[in-house]
Design a protein around this ligand. Structure first.
Ligand code: KIV
Ligand code: ZN
Length: 465
């Protein structure tokens, strides 16, 4: 039987961009939108056109050039916002106007100074107006999880009657618990007339670290769109992380038997690109895309990995696009290795540019021995943006690159090849190897890994097919 399809609505460029230190210019947004297209998301929320001319331009440019996914523009529930969003979306192949209005008493009383009746009327009118312009209209009752449930049902019913095609249920302040959020989605499905005609969407913030759990609970109760961001960036503690949502469904189809069109092998590159653009690094222990997500330090873990990677890895590094760790970037690395890693990180260079990157790379590698992806991205950024002069080796020397972690040689490949001798050798050493890393991740590894057929025989288990 076909698994239900979950629409992945990426709001990195809107909600994500609202997080401190994550603002992007138009060029950067366009570049990331193209990457989101490659990643295979269904909807890109490109911005909030009334918010600034920059936001308007970004939505307009993305709408004109990224043609496969739906491009959404955000609008408050008023004519001016909706018209501005529509103006920005004019050139889109598949436009969506996303209208929002807070519905909780606390927002109505203190922020909007509206009665519930006025709120209901405003939501209905705004959606009706948006619908007169665009067939695809999403409505979000902001702070839905702290809204009186009967009133929430009333608002949702009214906006569906006014033409909304997607109803999004934001846990705006990250207050909900998974069971509670799931129950709310279930109640809406049971109580709201016309709900079967629209897509129910989740939009969960991470203030209690439950954004992904809440989103998945919503999906289990019938939501068919998930709003999320790369690296989980977003207001305050962020949004549900796209990579975690997608991989939870891939790795645990027994619990979450749903499909997405996301090409998971582009997740790492997308994560790194966002970190590079915003210069907000990915936390090392970030699930799926953090530098430590596939690193194994403890001797007991290394021992298990040598015997069978399934002991400590529930997905393959390749399945999320983590580069092959056999390529260690250090001062002895050549241009080819460097060019390949740059490509894996989303940068293709002409010969002259590559020469420049290489020159800087060698200076850096001489100083820090092992060049991590984050270092390389910073260096690429300098070359691309021209912030360090071509011959400025001192500029590179002066940068505060963190030292690479000390790693010990670790013969993982031999063990995984099923060679009994190698296994026993490694076993006997494993307890000495506390500072060693087996890394299939962003950091360099000193050892060659059995990644060509890593976990091959377990693919069925991992991918649930
Ligand atoms: O968190 C929120 O409520 C929002 C809405 C605008 C969808 O971001
Ligand atoms: Zn939000």
């Amino acid at each position: 039987m076909d698994r239900p399809r979950i629409t992945i609505f990426d709001t990195t460029l809107r909600d994500g961009e609202q997080s401190p230190g994550c603002s992007m210019n138009v060029q950067e947004k366009l570049r990331l939108a193209q990457q989101l297209d490659r990643l295979g998301v269904d909807v890109i929320e490109a911005g909030f056109p009334i918010a600034s001319d920059g936001d308007f331009d970004a939505v307009q440019r993305i709408a004109a050039s990224v043609r496969r996914p739906i491009i959404a523009g955000l609008a408050r529930a008023c004519t001016g916002d909706v018209d501005r969003a529509w103006q920005a979306l004019q050139g889109a192949a598949r436009p969506r106007i996303h209208v929002f209005l807070a519905t909780s008493d606390i927002h109505l009383k203190y922020k909007l100074r509206l009665t519930r009746e006025q709120c209901l009327e405003q939501a209905r009118n705004a959606v009706r107006h948006a619908k007169s312009l665009c067939a695809d209209v999403e409505f979000s009752p902001e702070d839905a999880t702290r809204t009186d449930v009967a009133f929430l049902c009333q608002v949702v019913e009214a906006v569906i009657a006014a033409g909304a095609t997607t109803v999004n249920i934001p846990d705006t302040v990250g207050y909900s618990m998974p069971e509670e959020y799931g129950q709310l989605i279930r109640t809406l499905r049971e109580k709201v007339a016309g709900i079967e005609r629209v897509t129910i969407s989740t939009h969960c913030h991470n203030d209690l670290g439950l954004a992904v759990a809440n989103s998945l609970a919503g999906v289990q109760q019938g939501a068919r769109q998930v709003e999320c961001t790369i690296n989980g960036i977003g207001e305050r503690a962020g949004n549900a992380s796209l990579e975690e949502i997608v991989m939870a469904m891939r790795v645990r189809p027994d619990r979450y038997p749903y499909e997405t069109t996301v090409a998971s092998e582009h997740l790492y590159q997308s994560s790194q690109m966002l970190a590079e653009i915003t210069r907000v690094p990915v936390q090392p222990n970030k699930a799926i895309t953090g530098r430590n997500a596939f690193a194994h330090e403890a001797g007991i873990h290394q021992d298990g990995m040598l015997k069978n990677p399934l002991t400590y890895e529930i997905m393959t590094p390749q399945s999320v696009g983590v580069p092959d760790s056999r390529l260690v970037l250090g001062k002895h690395s050549g241009r080819h290795a460097l060019a390949l890693r740059c490509e894996q990180l989303g940068h293709q260079f002409e010969r002259r540019e590559l020469d420049e990157v290489y020159r800087k790379f060698v200076v850096l590698a001489d100083r820090i021995k092992k060049v991590q992806d984050s270092h390389l991205l910073e260096l690429i950024h300098d070359v691309v943006s021209g912030t360090v002069s071509h011959s400025d080796a001192a500029g590179i020397q002066a940068r505060k690159f963190p030292p690479a972690t000390a790693t010990l040689p670790f013969p993982r490949a031999a063990a995984a090849g099923g060679n009994g001798n190698s296994n026993s050798n490694s076993n006997s050493n494993s307890n000495d190897s506390h500072s060693a890393h087996i890394s299939g991740s962003a950091g360099p590894a000193q050892v060659s890994m059995p990644f060509n057929d890593h976990h091959a025989e377990q693919e069925d288990y991992l991918w649930g097919v």
